[in-house]
Design a protein around this ligand. Sequence first.
Ligand code: ZN
Length: 421
Amino acid sequence: MLNMTWEFKLEPTSEQVAEIEDILDVCRNVWNFTLRERKDWLDSRKCPVNTCSIRQEFILSADAPFPVYARQCKALTSAKADFPRLKTVNAQVLQQVLRKLENSWESWRLKRSGLPRFKKPNRMRSFVFPQMLKNCISTEGIKLPQLGLVKVRWSREIPALLQVKQARIVRKASGYFVMLSLEAEVNIPSTMAHGHPLGIDVGLEYFLSTSDGEQVKRPRFFNKLHRKLTLLQRRLKTKQKGSANWLKLQKKIGRVHQRIADTRKDWHFKLAHHLCNQSGMVFVEDLDFRIMAKGMLGKHTLDAGLGQFANQILPWVCFKRDVFYAKVDARGTSQECPDCGAEVKKDLSVRVHQCPDCGSIKPRDIAAAQVICTRGQRGIENACRVEVTGASVMVSSQLVLKQEIFGVTQRISNHTVRLVG
Ligand SMILES: [Zn+2]
């Protein structure tokens, strides 16, 4: 099964814009109400029996069940009788809001993220149509439930093999977009390790360094955009909050934010293709960038989008380009000599690797990348030894299938090649 999400710009009429905004607002109300329900349940169970908190406390009966997804769905259906506004929005769309709340609540419970927040007006930015008609796409646009035919700027062709499963409507600073979840009924075998190996060390001084000795700096245009952003944000203080000029400036700031995100993503994709051009296997450190972002250099880590690049964009581009991608144990990659394997202790300020045992001298990041490259290859060797005894050789029918899919991947990569050139 191949799943992808492609984004297209919508060109809705003014009535459709009003409709989208209305749906977003109803979704926001549903989100806030159901989140309040969950938080109330939690609060009512928190305080000890013999004391009360100084602030007010909402009291629920002791046997009140926790408002899980299914229970909230039921409540939503019966609430429609009292709140006719709920009836104006597609029922599935509202259910997806509850589902999303359930997911973020769960991820908070498992300590993966923070508690879901209440959303102020305009903070709800997207909603999903979880079911789409078979032939909802035409050259004029896309047929959406409730909204009808909406004009779309088809920036690329959707191959016939792919089916539209879901559509998410997103409001951004630069307009409305649709994110289509595409699915193809194919099994794509994972890429085999082959070709030239490349170790990659990501960092802050250089965005990345490869084991071949290439070092890529963070592009300059980010600084320029950031300066513009701080300038606008400073100007915001002189405006009266909520006034027309304040709103205008807010919109401008939003557009700069989006421009930064878009340019960064574009640059990441080009960089990933550049790496895939020169290698058959790519190895990256297995780092948790969220922890790095909490440290002293936090702002810079987040700004560079290291995690987005190493954990999302690079693996995806590698998959498309048939390049093997693997993560490598990150412990002590910068403390090891790539040429003789000896341990060479150095702290962050030392930028040059100098081995007292074998005398090799090279930039610190490149040495680390070479260690990563060696570790990655060693990992494959170990895995292969197991695989041969398990006799997992590619069957010929699988090869045929792969060729068939190559048709798809080829078509996809054509687009990306144009993007690079
Ligand atoms: Zn050495």
